[in-house]
Design a protein around this ligand. Structure first.
Ligand SMILES: *[C@@H]1O[C@H](CO)[C@@H](O)[C@H](O)[C@H]1NC(C)=O
Ligand SMILES: *[C@@H]1O[C@H](CO)[C@@H](O)[C@H](O)[C@H]1NC(C)=O
Ligand SMILES: *[C@@H]1O[C@H](CO)[C@@H](O)[C@H](O)[C@H]1NC(C)=O
Ligand SMILES: *[C@@H]1O[C@H](CO)[C@@H](O)[C@H](O)[C@H]1NC(C)=O
Ligand SMILES: *[C@@H]1O[C@H](CO)[C@@H](O)[C@H](O)[C@H]1NC(C)=O
Ligand SMILES: [Cu+2]
Length: 200
């Protein structure tokens, strides 16, 4: 019994309390602020959208400006869809919950923004060749991010800035992170509730 108690005590400090992390989208030009940070499993990342018409779309290190799709499972990455926000105003918040500490790469799907360096990474490993600086450099080496205009899922009816309604055909997010909620349409609806709450 004593052993069991000690084991629990030894593990407990590893279970850091989940925290909220705020990322400003487009508050400082074509960039995320912060754009390169760590997060623990369970943490919530709140993306606050600023003026213009940006996205947060998951990609991969290999293809920084292309929407991530797992070719084995067909699961797609996280994607906010386009979020138009009027000049000098602050738009809605879109949230994800971190599900693993694997690196999560993302970019803005608006034409030209990824190629201008509007990318971000969560839990990129600095000592790896696949670090944030290398990712951003690769993004900026793409042809102006021109392959990136397609919105991720949620870009249409799921856009948080308009109706906020989830699409029934919303694909399941990859396991790197999840929109708040259980995934799939349920996640979209949960996100919709969050957005509705912010607007009303
Ligand atoms: C953390 O973010 C979630 C989702 O945006 C929000 O519901 C919650 O109130 C936030 N918690 C704190 C302590 O700010
Ligand atoms: C695709 O999904 C499978 C099954 O969940 C997983 O093992 C694999 O690592 C995923 N591939 C990528 C590139 O994330
Ligand atoms: C936001 O950008 C997308 C992609 O360029 C475009 O289809 C959409 O009409 C834009 N929304 C607004 C309100 O400008
Ligand atoms: C936004 O604010 C800037 C600086 O205060 C101002 O020059 C600009 O006219 C404003 N734009 C709009 C659309 O209100
Ligand atoms: C990215 O963040 C890591 C810490 O998480 C830091 O060591 C590294 O210098 C950052 N890289 C850039 C290019 O800002
Ligand atoms: Cu953008």
């Amino acid at each position: 019994m004593r052993f069991t108690s000690l084991a629990v005590l030894a593990v407990a400090p590893l279970l850091a309390a989940a925290v909220n992390i705020t990322v400003q989208v487009g508050a400082n030009g074509l960039s995320y602020t912060p754009s390169n940070f760590t997060a623990n499993v369970g943490d919530i990342v709140n993306f606050v959208f600023y003026a213009k018409n940006h996205t947060v779309t998951q990609s991969s290190f290999a293809a920084p400006c292309t929407k991530f799709v797992n070719t084995t499972t067909n699961a797609v990455g996280i994607a906010s869809g386009f979020v138009p926000v009027a000049a000098n105003t602050t738009g809605p918040t879109w949230s994800i919950q971190i599900a693993t500490t694997d690196p999560l790469w993302f970019y803005c799907g608006q034409t030209g923004h990824c190629g201008a360096g509007m990318v971000g990474a969560i839990n990129a490993v600095e000592s790896s060749t696949k670090n944030y600086a290398a990712f951003k450099a690769a993004a900026m080496a793409t042809a102006g991010g021109s392959t990136s205009a397609a919105p991720g899922y949620g870009g249409g009816a799921g856009s948080p800035s308009t109706t906020g309604t989830g699409s029934a055909s919303t694909p399941k997010p990859s396991n790197a992170a999840s929109s708040l909620g259980a995934g799939g349409a349920a996640a979209a609806l949960t996100a919709a509730s969050l957005f509705a709450g912010l607007f009303l």
